[in-house]
Design a protein around this ligand. Structure first.
Ligand SMILES: [Zn+2]
Length: 478
């Protein structure tokens, strides 16, 4: 994750530089290594990467699930001191790229970079790109992207490190963890017998810590194998290595209508707590895609005291958490890549919606004194970004829904197992229901069921006091 606004570097014009500046050969590069010891470490490193890739290649069929041990091996390799903090354009950055390429090659993934390679060069840096082709000609040009930046800040500078500088910043969480997740996803997708309908691009961005350089370059210039493909959806994994209390932060969840539902349905298997953050900041590689109007979601396990310090190291990484978050990401990628019909467009309104709007939408309406004759006992507000999941903003004390455990902030997503399109439909169905029903709710990204018995006659309704919210939508109560 980039320390937004702190970088002193400005993106050069890669169109001019990309011809020769990045074309340093590996042997010339090794000749430039200043001391023997790093060269040996690097040589060992490439060798072990090749062996690991080879083993993975032979066992390609067996890599059918994401597991913590595999993710942990990738994190440990990428956060090794031999890679010297993986600064974009540095020898350690190049060695990290070589590790990723050998892993992709070993797993049998198709290169999608320049001239038959996995690399997309820009300046002295290199994105790494691999493709899982789609299986349906009807959507073979609709590219689903899952990516993570593999560079970090090297030895750190005053502009990009919280110190102490001059020591190797291994960036185990930032972002060896995200790279491990995308490598695991790549191996699973490649090993799947039935390929997804839409092509999936596995992307490893360089230069993120210098100002999102690799992802900005990609949205402007696509290498030849991808020239006719159009990104329709993107998942960004940045810092997924410090899962605490099962809480995952979700950014960009409103860039496509229905995206929250895709995340929560997929999360049935992983059971994480999803914290939806509506602010969109230029601090990671989701940003260039969102600026390019591609629906994009970023998964992130939160900042910590070791962020952009030498102490962001491998022993602090929660590899079971990397597994869980990568499984969630893979599930979302599979759902979107296989979704029939046309994918929803980018939601322009998501660029204007901030956490303040979220808080207004979720603002609780206090129960008033005239509450004797409620039937179910809740009020909801409609959400323009997710109209099929109204938000509960009032639960009447003593009502059937309060007794059933409903809480403010829950979102109603189905009645008796049937989803609905709008709040109005939900209200009609609750009004005409018998004296018992089951509500399916989304509580912080986890789907729960609430069984409620009314005991009242269908004739009575409670009138909720209107409350202003996003789009001036008053609260409604059945
Ligand atoms: Zn960072």
């Amino acid at each position: 994750m980039w320390v937004a606004g702190r970088s002193s570097e400005t993106p050069p014009v890669w169109g001019v530089l990309s011809k020769g500046a990045g074309a340093v050969t590996r042997s010339a590069w090794i000749m430039n290594v200043r001391t023997v010891l790093p060269a040996i470490a690097w040589g060992w490193f490439i060798l072990s990467a090749s062996l690991l890739g080879g083993e993975r290649g032979h066992a390609a069929e067996a890599v059918s699930v994401i597991d913590a041990a595999g993710a942990g091996r990738h994190v440990a390799a990428l956060a090794d001191d031999a890679l010297e903090g993986r600064e974009g354009g540095s020898r350690g950055g190049r060695a990290a790229g070589a590790y990723i390429v050998e892993t992709l090659r070993g797993a049998g993934l198709r290169p999608a970079g320049d001239e038959g390679t996995y690399y997309q060069r820009f300046g002295t840096m290199r994105n790494i790109l691999a493709l899982v082709p789609g299986s349906d000609p009807a959507c073979e040009r609709e590219l689903v992207v899952v990516g993570a930046h593999y560079d970090h800040v090297g030895y750190g500078t005053a502009a990009n490190s919280y110190g102490p500088t001059g020591l190797i910043h291994n960036g185990a969480d930032d972002n060896a963890s995200g790279v491990a997740g995308v490598l695991e996803i790549a191996e699973v997708l490649q090993a799947m017998p039935a390929k997804p309908r839409r092509p999936v691009l596995l992307a490893f961005w360089d230069g993120e810590e210098k100002g999102l350089l690799g992802s900005w370059h990609f949205v402007r210039v696509r290498p030849q194998p991808l020239r006719d493909l159009r990104p329709v959806f993107m998942v960004n994994l940045d810092m997924i290595g410090r899962l605490r209390g099962e809480r995952v932060e979700i950014y960009g969840g409103r860039t496509m209508t229905g995206l929250r539902r895709i995340l929560t349905e997929t999360n049935r298997e992983t059971g994480l707590e999803l914290i939806f953050d509506w602010d969109i900041v230029d601090d990671s590689d989701h940003f260039p895609f969102i600026e390019s109007r591609v629906p994009t979601v970023m998964l992130h396990t939160g900042l910590h005291d070791e962020y952009h310090r030498p102490s962001d190291d491998v022993q602090l990484v929660n590899t079971a958490g990397v597994e869980a978050v990568a499984r969630l990401a893979l599930g979302v990628v599979k759902v979107v890549a296989n979704r029939p019909g046309t994918l929803a467009d980018f939601r322009d309104a998501s660029r204007r919606e901030k956490n303040a709007h979220r808080d207004a939408l979720e603002r609780v309406v206090q129960a008033g004194p005239v509450e004797q004759r409620v039937r179910w006992g809740m009020s909801t507000r409609s959400d323009a970004g997710e109209p099929s999941a109204p938000v509960v903003v009032r639960v009447v004390p003593g009502s059937p829904l309060e007794r059933a455990g409903l809480r403010c902030g829950d979102r109603i997503i189905a009645i008796d197992g049937e989803p609905f399109a709008t709040q109005a439909t939900m209200l009609e169905r609750m009004a005409s229901a018998g004296d018992a029903l089951t509500l399916q709710i989304d509580r912080a990204g986890r789907i729960l069921e609430v069984q409620v018995v009314s005991g009242e006659t269908p004739a009575s309704t409670d009138q909720a006091p209107a409350a202003p919210a996003v789009g001036d939508e008053p609260a409604r109560g059945p």
